[in-house]
Ligand binder design. Sequence first.
Ligand SMILES: [Zn+2]
Length: 256
Amino acid sequence: MYAVTIIILFSLGAVFGSFLNVLIHRLPLKQSILFPASHCPACRKPLRAVDNIPILSFILLGGRCRYCRYPIPYRYIIVEIINALLWVALYNQFGISPEFVLYTVLFSILIVCAYTDLDHYRILNSVVFAGFLIALFLIILLDSKHLKSSVAGMLVGALFMLFWAAVGKLLFNKTALGMGDIKLTALIGLFTGPQNILLIMLLAFLLASFIGITSALINRRLKDQRLPLAPFIAVASIIITLYGNQLIQRYLELLS
Ligand SMILES: [Zn+2]
């Protein structure tokens, strides 16, 4: 029974990941997410159902369009696999529960924002605002006893980021944090509550500084480039929501 559940969730996660690919690709270009149906970007031939199966079609076609052999970006299969694995990991941590539903939504938002930030240096307002509406709806529907802590998480996230934006402005006289980062953090706080959002942002800043310093050392040209923050916020959120409690437990055991 467990194996069947895992296979079903992995497949559904991959299908949903496929939809996230469409959002990542089309939303920044202001294209409709429903029409036209999936097609090859090079020869524009519509994909047949058999060529549109998440993960499998990419492997069977050798990563190329069936008609014109145009290479399909690895991004597509990577997003599908990541999302499928995240759904399985969430099930292993939370079972089928309100948390499972809420965090699958959160992780979807994070994947889309991470990639649009990587591609275009943008976190789309449409994604964040839709996220707020869906989150509030789901929390009231499934988890209303935590509504207070969710709202507290949102405020803590927003204030934490506004504080560092102000510090950055004072110290370096430039805006290091975009409004998109601030809104996204407030939204994540709504999902995770006040305690986890602080851990998430500490970890995100730590990862971003580490990668930023390392890449500036390796490649001097990168030094003046702005580092998109959303991918780090996404990775940190995923680690803390899935394993935050275990990490804190381990840490406390080390101390005692
Ligand atoms: Zn083609």
